[in-house]
Design a protein around this ligand. Structure first.
Ligand code: DAH
Length: 343
């Protein structure tokens, strides 16, 4: 036993003082000590000569020794590896690093952020809702009668597993979800993705994005709606842009309107974008229908409100001169890279 311990002490001294100056010497060290015919294996073999009462202690000492050799090997390997890379690539640590490629925001994101930030300045908070929605939040609560054409299978994607579920066809579902929270007043802007079962072409897609707005309080009037939207248009399209409201119909608002702005491409002269009319339609809006308020347990005698909804793709296409809506969802880096410095 004592012999064994002495031998190990000797080996340890030898190993501690060993230095390797290159990879080859490290490999020689490994073969000598840790190889299949190496010294560690050999000295482990001496266990069989140890008397039973010393076996436990000897086992411990031998295991510690093996660990000692392995650590030394790791240390040698690490130091020659790092010497190697430092030498071979002649690293100059004072050189500046390579430029990292800069990502870009998606043009739909850019347009959404622009729209949202204008309303945030008016005190609107941002809310989001689910894209997989139930019939109540997407249709029924919004005063869409059961046989309304917008519920037709051709417009709406239904979820096969449950006939009550669908992919929301507009962001108006978030209006309902916010009103149901029973916290008034509400002043919210709600961006998100929507889905419609439409043939995909350069002008329309089966999914796109909208921003919904909702303001509910006592004494909210159509004048408030107009003033809010005027502010938005001036911030978005500039001071010289003209605005007009046309009477329209939406089941969830009464009265309802659509808002046009004078064409910001041709200035109202008539061009392809405005189809020679001089006007571009940008949103639908109106006073929230009393039925919608009641559906969400809000007293229509006490509270009134306005709502509006606009698409994001079309204004983005106009602003950035994009002529095919499919480009937004093709993930072509050559397209996306062009927006690196856009705002
Ligand atoms: N949800 C309508 C659509 O998808 C847009 C809309 C119109 C939203 C009028 C509104 C509104 O909140 O008041 O076409």
């Amino acid at each position: 036993m004592q012999q064994l311990l002495n031998k190990i002490e000797e080996y340890k001294k030898e190993i501690s003082s060993f230095i390797a100056s290159d990879e080859k010497q490290v490999e020689e060290f490994r073969i000598k000590w840790l190889g299949t015919k190496g010294m560690v294996k050999a000295i482990m073999g001496e266990m069989k000569n140890v008397t039973p009462e010393n076996k436990k202690e000897a086992g411990q000492v031998l295991n510690d020794f093996k660990l000692f050799v392995e650590n030394k090997y790791a240390e040698l390997k690490f130091s020659t590896d790092s010497q190697l890379t430092a030498h071979s690539s002649q690293l100059d640590l004072s050189l500046p690093g390579d430029d990292l490629p800069v990502g870009s925001r998606h043009p739909v994101t850019l347009m959404r952020n622009r729209i949202v930030s204008i309303f945030q300045r008016l005190g609107f908070a941002v809310a989001e809702g689910p894209e997989i929605e139930d019939d109540w939040h997407n249709f029924t609560a919004l005063n869409l009668p059961e046989h309304h054409p917008a519920r037709d299978m051709q417009d709406t994607f239904y979820v096969q597993q449950n006939p009550d579920w669908l992919l929301r066809t507009h962001t108006s579902n978030v209006q309902i979800r916010e009103m149901e929270k029973d916290k008034l007043p509400i002043r919210m802007i709600m961006p998100g993705r929507v889905y419609r079962n439409e043939t995909v072409s350069a002008r329309s897609h089966c999914f796109f994005h909208q921003v919904e707005g909702l303001y509910i309080d006592e004494n909210v009037s159509f004048a408030d709606l107009k003033q809010t939207l005027y502010f938005f248009v001036k911030e978005m399209y500039g001071k010289d842009v003209k605005v007009r409201f046309r009477p329209s119909y939406f089941p969830f608002t009464e009265p309802s309107a659509e808002m046009d702005v004078s064409c910001f491409i041709c200035g109202g002269e008539g061009c392809n974008v405005c189809k020679k009319t001089g006007w571009v339609e940008i949103l639908g809006c109106g006073m929230v229908h009393p039925n919608v308020l009641s559906n969400c347990n809000i007293d229509p005698e006490r509270y009134t409100g306005f709502a509006f909804g606009m698409g994001i793709e079309r204004p983005a296409m106009m602003k950035y001169g994009i002529n095919d809506i499919r480009l937004f969802s093709e993930n072509d880096v050559r397209f996306l890279k062009q927006f690196t410095s856009a705002v």
